[in-house]
Design a protein around this ligand. Structure first.
Ligand SMILES: NC(=O)c1ccc[n+]([C@@H]2O[C@H](COP(=O)([O-])OP(=O)(O)OC[C@H]3O[C@@H](n4cnc5c(N)ncnc54)[C@H](O)[C@@H]3O)[C@@H](O)[C@H]2O)c1
Length: 296
């Protein structure tokens, strides 16, 4: 596992902000979280990881990186093993996910849901009192079916046969978007579970649900994205058209508008906020709710 270290020795025992996933949003989170604590970045993509670490180090951040595939239990254990050496974790920003219709629904579940559970369980012993986990979800989480059997499966995705049981509870194999919605609802529920488990240790857990955000993932996965017309019909349109029609603020959000919320949640100003999801969506869930298209 190649490591890229740029961390001065006097920081070697300070608790870190651990950022899982170095896409646009992960690096944005690193930029705000790294202003107050050393950074440890993890990603499956070694080139992207090295480029992110190098560019943050050039900007003056105390940063190191470690390659990690969150779908691989051994790789996640190896990541967790490094955390005692860095004095534990003050902030876990779990950002990694995959998206795109070309990615099979099973892979979406493996990365977006099982990966997050694996990371949270492995990092848990290293979380420091006063710390927080911020799990990046999606407003798609609100479009997951309200169904007790599905929800109880989403709460325990590491059980044997989970993927097949989920397809059975859903009634068929979900498509990519349906799987993404369920995986992200699972993320909101994971934040709630962690808040209960970690509360007595004075550790918080929150999920953040971005709406339409102008990132490279969004641009790639959402070249065509569904637009709900209010009559129960769905049309495929570009993200800008969707934003103009579906987002009450009339536009896509920016990465900065997400990472500012992450920064707030990691700060003392949010010290009594735990166990909830915070949509950051320009009002799009409010609109879907008003149209009766979501009931969460
Ligand atoms: N962009 C949007 O409009 C939007 C909207 C809602 C939610 N989100 C969420 O925001 C988050 C980040 O979005 P982004 O635009 O930065 O995405 P991105 O694709 O740019 O970054 C995701 C990162 O996760 C990494 N990753 C993928 N599989 C991995 C694995 N198995 N192990 C470790 N790392 C892995 C990728 O290499 C990549 O660096 C995601 O959770 C996404 O679901 C984005």
């Amino acid at each position: 596992m190649p490591d890229t270290a740029h961390q001065p020795p006097y920081y070697s025992n300070a608790p870190v902000a651990l950022v899982i996933g170095c896409g646009d949003m992960g690096v944005g989170c690193a930029r705000v979280l790294g202003r107050r604590r050393p950074l440890l970045l993890a990603d499956i993509d070694s080139q992207r990881l090295e480029a992110s670490v190098a560019s943050l180090a050039d900007e003056g951040y105390l940063v190191s990186g470690t390659e990690c595939d969150i779908t691989d239990p051994a790789s996640v254990r190896e990541l967790a093993g490094q955390l005692s050496g860095v004095g534990g974790v003050e902030v876990l920003a779990h950002v990694a996910a995959v998206a795109g219709a070309a990615i099979g629904w099973r892979r979406v579940m493996e990365v977006d849901l099982l990966g997050a559970h694996r990371v949270a369980d492995a990092v848990s012993p290293a979380m420091q009192p006063g710390g927080v986990a911020v799990l990046i979800s999606s407003t798609g989480s609100y479009q997951c079916p309200v169904d007790a059997r599905i929800e109880s499966l989403l709460d325990a995705p590491l059980q044997p046969g989970f993927i097949d049981k989920l397809a059975e509870a859903f009634g068929r194999e979900p498509d990519f978007l349906e799987a993404y919605f369920m995986a992200k609802q699972g993320i909101n529920r994971l934040a709630r579970r962690l808040a209960l488990e970690w509360g007595p240790r004075q550790i918080r857990a929150v999920s953040v649900s971005p709406g339409l955000i102008n990132t490279s993932m969004g641009r790639t996965s959402g070249a065509k994205t569904p637009l709900f017309d209010g009559q129960g019909n769905k049309h495929l349109v570009t993200r800008d058209v969707k934003a103009a029609r579906e987002v009450p603020l009339g536009r896509q959000g920016s990465v900065l508008e997400i990472v500012d919320v992450v920064d707030f949640l990691a700060s003392g100003a949010a010290s009594f906020i735990t166990g909830i999801d915070i949509p950051v969506d320009g009002g799009s869930t409010a609109r879907l709710r008003s149209l009766g298209l979501i009931s969460r």
